[in-house]
Design a protein. Structure first.
Length: 515
């Protein structure tokens, strides 16, 4: 009998034994840097002529690993392997597939600090952020395995005398998983295993900046007993293999997490029916956000400032759920701003390998340049009150930055920056607060800090986001607790970690027998 799902606990780093255990894992990972990682197609390890080096974003001179890259020929080879594996995998018992996820979860749990250390090195995640990423990956494995065991029974339908009706779910086919860099273990693992446990086969294209952690995960799935060809590991550029696979007539679905621009491109290209294609492709897309923390006049202002700062600057603001906009009632605006600035100035920024570091680097030079460009824009739109500087000689570090007095339609209030830049905007009353909260093209997360029950009730009805949080920050959804996904240009509202997420990878079939 399967035990009930429980959230994987976060590590308490105030305990010295936990700090020592993590440091030992980090020391071990530091001895493993620079290794080569091949493609994995039909269970075969393939070293390709083209390779990419994964670089530590906090120490540009350090190579985390060298990863083989797929071209279109290798992508096609992977597609054929996945098609072949689907023939048997689709009819494999759900309990068999679920047990592979349970075993993978157990492997990662035993090596939890090791995986978190890879996140420190390759993604630049501080200890707590890395630990939460690994815990979420374990959660996805455990939760989706249990959900599949429930879905395996189908859903009840009515039968009449002399007739038996059954409604059940069958897998779709071959899926393309395009994973992001910001949760390179959790989101990557979650999107992959949701497809696998439902009986589909997968071509995994990890983020180009974080392929090593994906390679490590593929190794775990193999160790857990996943048959060859069910999961194929094919790093490669979006231009070379991304479009090719999205448009491939044998692709049945695409699961994407990333930017609005790329998500819309995928959505458009997947919609076109190709020669030889006999289905409409399904797209599961999570495309980002421009998320707001609202602070009411009647609010705990210390809680408000803390919620704003940690929502904005956790993992250097590189979260689609990051609270990059603070909309504050005019009566408490100055006080909340002052408190937020003081908290921000107290944040520790530096190497994520140090236990005390709160904020590490941004992911790469492209991100660094983009964010610094937005800081220059901010100087023309608002009042710089803290931060505003960057340093990229050794790594890609940008100080946590706050601009005050930004207007609701300014670029800093409208465009996703994906970095440690926060805009403060003043509102005259609660009506204006809600209006500003909803005036972006996104609708992912939001938070309201208030003790006014009427305003809380209104926010529940009027604040148009997929994940609304009351009296807490707007990041940190937990699998099975706060199903995650957004509205409008935040994507297809594909609620990850929800009771219905696996259904996106399945199709319903009715069988009716008369007798």
């Amino acid at each position: 009998m399967v035990t009930a799902y429980k959230h994987e606990p976060f590590t308490d780093f105030t305990e010295e034994k936990n700090k020592q255990a993590f440091q030992q894992a980090l020391d071990y990972v530091n001895t493993q840097l620079g290794n080569e990682y091949p493609l994995v197609i039909a269970g075969q390890k393939i070293v390709s002529p083209k390779k990419v080096q994964s670089i530590n974003p906090s120490k540009k001179s350090e190579v985390v690993g060298t990863v083989s890259m797929a071209d279109q020929d290798l992508a096609e080879q992977a597609m054929q392997a996945a098609l072949e594996a689907f023939k048997s995998w689709k009819t494999t018992e759900a309990s068999y597939r679920a047990n592979i996820l349970f075993r993978a979860a157990a492997i990662i749990r035993r090596r939890k600090h090791e995986f978190s250390s890879w996140l420190v090195k390759e993604a630049g995640k501080p200890w707590k952020e890395a630990d939460a990423d690994t815990a979420e990956a374990i959660d996805f494995l455990e939760y989706y395995a249990r959900q599949m065991l429930k879905l395996n029974h189908g859903a009840p339908v009515n039968s009449r005398p002399g007739e038996q009706n059954v409604f059940h779910y069958i897998p779709l086919g071959v899926g393309i998983v395009i994973a992001p860099f910001n949760f390179p273990l959790a989101i990557m693992a979650g999107t992959v295993v949701a497809a696998l446990v439902t009986g589909n086969t997968v071509l995994l294209k990890p983020a180009e900046t974080t392929p090593v952690i994906a390679a490590k995960f593929v190794e775990v799935m193999e160790e857990a007993g996943l048959p060859a060809g069910v999961l194929n590991f094919i790093p490669g550029s979006g231009a070379e293999i991304g479009d090719y696979l999205v448009e491939h007539p044998k692709t049945r679905f695409v699961s994407f997490t990333g930017s609005r621009a790329v998500g819309c491109r995928i959505y458009e290209r997947a919609a076109k029916v190709q020669k030889g294609q006999i289905w409409l492709k399904r797209v599961i897309a999570e495309m980002g956000g421009k998320d707001t923390v609202l602070v009411d006049r009647e609010a705990d202002l210390d809680l408000a400032a803390s919620s704003i700062v940690h929502s904005a600057f956790g993992f250097s603001g590189q979260k689609c759920s990051a609270g990059s906009r603070a909309v504050v009632h005019q009566d408490v605006y100055d006080e909340v701003l002052e408190k937020a600035v003081n908290l921000t100035k107290a944040l520790t920024m530096g190497s994520p390998e140090q236990a005390e570091t709160y904020m590490g680097p941004v992911i790469d030079e492209k991100a660094y340049n983009k964010i610094m460009g937005y800081i220059e824009i901010g100087k023309t739109e608002g009042r710089l009150v803290t931060g505003g500087t960057g340093k990229n000689d050794e790594g890609y570090f940008i100080d946590p930055t706050i601009f005050a007095d930004v207007k609701k339609n300014d670029r800093l209030m409208q465009e996703e920056i994906f970095g440690p830049v926060l805009a403060f905007c003043k509102a005259e009353d609660f009506d204006r607060m809600i209006e500003i909260a909803n005036n972006t093209e996104y609708g992912l997360t939001g938070a309201l800090i208030s003790s006014n029950r009427d305003h809380i009730a209104r926010a529940r009805k009027e604040f148009h986001v997929g994940n609304l949080y009351i009296n807490r920050g707007c990041t940190g959804a937990i699998v099975g607790y706060q199903p995650f996904g957004g509205f409008n240009m935040s994507g297809t509202d594909s609620k990850a970690g929800s009771p219905d997420y696996l259904l996106l990878h399945l199709q319903g079939q009715t069988t009716s027998e008369a007798f």
